[in-house]
Design a protein around this ligand. Structure first.
Ligand SMILES: *[C@@H]1O[C@H](CO)[C@@H](O)[C@H](O)[C@H]1NC(C)=O
Ligand SMILES: *[C@@H]1O[C@H](CO)[C@@H](O)[C@H](O)[C@H]1NC(C)=O
Length: 413
């Protein structure tokens, strides 16, 4: 917001003829489609692009991007823009697509709030959403809110990375939530693939969609799922990637690893995944669309050196020149409480050092200062949120200036 305000102030102070020469918001041309070239991600002009962004959740019980009962989409996007971030990781649940495909069409947001929050609070929150976002009405459906978020991000020159976060819409992630692994209680593999195809195809109408993550934080814990190992990963993830690429050949496909997406080592090294299966980029017709993603939450770390070697060995080595599969790796989740001074601790300062050092992209968890509902608690306070509870401003301006330093360093690289 700061930079836009400055631009506006300058425009007012200048004679009209000069002001007209200033770049307008629409001059923030988005250069899609993207591709990869070794460990670099490049836009359609061939320029390197570093993901520098924030997670905006939309995969919990209501299955609508969070925060709209407190602020307009436009004002939320302006805050992201004011930090000069260039991408938003927008999360969605497969259940939203199941409803579209199997239950007679997309659910209206009015019904979605009633269902998730009950008939006392649901209508109240729905009314607040309409007050802040008067372009919506009783006919608006969930996917139309995703469309509106993507459109506003596009308007303000920010790209979209879609992420399939959950199958059933709910807070993620635990080992007993039924969404852990292929075949778990709610993790129906066919519905998952169908949902990915649907979103990849639907996203063709978003000029700023650059990529999609196939699944957030795979993990053990499935009661009756497929065996938890790399061979299963290969058998499930590769056909899903093929389907997504067929549905929308333009977008990058992000592959996540095991153990809450902290491990991707055999993908970087091309090691045997079991039964002789190996992940080798040379086997893909769309090798220049594949990206790896990792998460890191070593919040109690005291030694940056061991964090660095851990991250490298667990997958970032794919960005090194001697990996079997040289590919970009993006840290699509890391984060910490914004409430105190965690931004000064080893974990935060180490990530802040490593990302620009490796010239690698990152997406911080999380934008939301609160959730419509999380794990049964309505209007849940999110102390890790960059924004405050009512989404009106930053939660901790000192933590935000530290983050700004990391943003600037990453964009400069
Ligand atoms: C991308 O960045 C790397 C590392 O700085 C550099 O070696 C490479 O030439 C860049 N590619 C382009 C197209 O600028
Ligand atoms: C939003 O939260 C901020 C910070 O807690 C507070 O100062 C402000 O009054 C709140 N605004 C509204 C409309 O509740």
């Amino acid at each position: 917001m700061r930079s836009l305000q400055l631009l506006f102030a300058a425009a007012v102070a200048l004679p009209a003829v000069l002001a007209a020469a200033l770049p307008s918001v629409s001059a923030l041309a988005l250069n899609t489609p993207f591709k990869t070239n070794k460990q670099w991600i490049q836009d359609s002009t061939g320029k390197n692009f570093t993901y520098v962004g924030v997670n905006w959740p939309g995969a919990a019980d209501v299955m609508i991007p969070e925060g709209l009962q407190y602020a307009s989409i436009e004002s939320i996007v302006s805050k992201i823009k004011s930090l000069k971030m260039n991408v938003v990781r927008l999360t969605f649940a497969i259940e939203m697509i199941d409803n579209i495909k199997d239950n007679g069409g997309d659910v209206t947001i009015q019904n979605a709030f009633n269902k998730a929050l009950g008939t006392t609070n649901g209508p109240k929150v729905y009314q607040q959403v309409l007050e802040n976002n008067p372009q919506f009405n009783e006919k608006t459906t969930r996917i139309q809110v995703f469309d509106a978020v993507a459109a506003e991000l596009n308007k303000q020159g920010i790209y979209v990375h879609l992420d399939n976060h959950m199958s059933k819409g709910a807070w993620c992630c635990g080992s007993g939530d039924g969404n852990t692994w292929f075949g778990d209680t709610y993790f129906n593999v066919n519905n998952w693939k169908r949902g990915l195809q649907y979103m990849a195809d639907h996203g063709k109408s978003w000029p700023n969609l650059i990529s999609i993550g196939l699944r957030n934080e795979l993990r053990s814990g499935a009661t009756n799922g497929l065996p938890y190992n790399w061979a299963t990963w290969y058998d499930q993830v590769i056909p899903a990637a093929d389907l997504v690429n067929q549905a929308n050949p333009n977008i990058l496909i992000f592959l996540s690893g095991l153990d809450y997406d902290t491990k991707l080592e055999p993908i970087a090294t091309g090691a045997d995944l079991g039964s002789g299966k190996k992940f080798l980029l040379t086997n893909f017709k769309y090798a220049n669309k594949l990206v790896l993603e990792l998460h890191n939450y070593q919040n109690d770390a005291t030694d940056c050196g061991s964090m660095e070697s851990g991250l490298w060995n667990n997958g970032f080595r794919a960005t090194g020149t001697i990996a079997a599969n040289i590919m970009p790796v993006v840290l699509t989740e890391f984060g910490f409480s914004q409430a105190g001074t965690d931004y000064t601790k080893t974990y935060a300062t180490c990530i802040k050092k490593l990302m620009p050092q490796w010239k690698t992209g990152w997406i911080v968890w999380v934008l939301s200062g609160s959730y419509y509902i999380r794990s049964g608690t309505q209007d849940y306070e999110e102390t890790w949120g960059l924004l405050n509870h009512n989404w009106s401003g930053w939660r901790n301006t000192a933590a935000i200036s530290a983050l700004q330093g990391m943003i600037d360093a990453s964009l400069k690289g």
